[in-house]
Design a protein around this ligand. Structure first.
Ligand code: XBP
Ligand code: MG
Length: 240
């Protein structure tokens, strides 16, 4: 709709396929660095994505699969250390250019900027990860294109809670009806819907087959989608 003024993007799975070859190997490298014989293969990691947030994911895994470690008095410190090391590994992969944007994302962001739409981010991942991903793929100025970047622990309750979207909406000073959320997962969709947002889902490699009831549009990707096709402008002219 012509009245929609802002796009709010999820990051992992939406902007880029970061999970299987980005976050997952970074977690595994951190486990190795800390002398833990843990390894998250692709299938296990897919199941663990039900737990949003890296620290929360480590904590959940340890509680269920390594209870002796979870019971250690220094467990909280260990989770923090593992996550700091994991983030360093992840940032290295991003800086090496190993995590490109999904097809159509750079063009959509460019078209939205040209059309005067405001941009924002609502994600569960660590803020440094977002900054690095945008810089590595879109250039050093790219984080500044986003009026609001809501990420990580800025809200205590992560997706599927609506809190991160509400935090972003507050800072945009816009009602949900003026924005479109773009998500790749059922958890993200739930979060956006609970915040009262219209949500477009662009399915990613780990989210195929999830329940996307309530999505405003369900797409396999954004390659070739114009702002007009996304209901954001009344005339075409921005597609590839
Ligand atoms: C994806 C996530 C994150 C990342 C890990 O969130 O669930 O937890 O897998 O990131 P979204 P951290 O799709 O909302 O971007 O380790 O930095 O928490
Ligand atoms: Mg996602």
């Amino acid at each position: 709709m012509a009245t929609r003024q802002a796009l709010i993007f999820d990051v992992d799975g939406t902007l880029a396929e970061t999970e299987r070859d980005g976050h997952r190997p970074a977690f595994n490298a951190a486990f190795r660095d800390c002398g833990l014989a843990w390894h998250w293969d692709e299938q296990r990691y897919g199941a663990l994505l039900a737990i949003t947030g890296g620290k929360e994911r480590i904590r959940h895994y340890a509680t269920h699969h390594a209870p002796a470690i979870a019971a250690r008095p220094d467990f909280d410190a260990l989770v923090g250390q593992l996550h700091r090391i994991k983030t360093a590994h992840y940032l290295r992969l991003v800086d090496q250019g190993q995590l490109p944007l999904r097809p159509g994302i750079a063009r959509l962001i460019g078209a939205a900027r040209q059309a005067g739409l405001r941009l924002a981010i609502a994600t569960t991942t660590t803020p440094e990860n977002v900054d690095a991903l945008l810089r590595a793929n879109l250039g050093p100025d790219a984080p500044g294109w986003f009026d609001v970047i809501g990420a990580g622990d800025i809200v205590p309750a992560k997706k599927p809670a609506p809190d991160i979207y509400q935090w972003v909406l507050d800072r945009l000073a816009l009602p949900p009806s003026a924005c479109l959320a773009i998500e790749d997962s059922e958890i993200g969709l739930k979060s956006a819907l609970a915040a009262g947002l219209r949500c477009l889902v662009t399915v990613s490699e780990y989210t195929r087959g999830q329940d996307f009831r309530g999505a405003w549009q369900l797409l396999q990707g954004l390659a070739g989608s114009s702002l007009a096709e996304l209901g954001l402008r009344s005339s075409a002219g921005d597609s590839d």
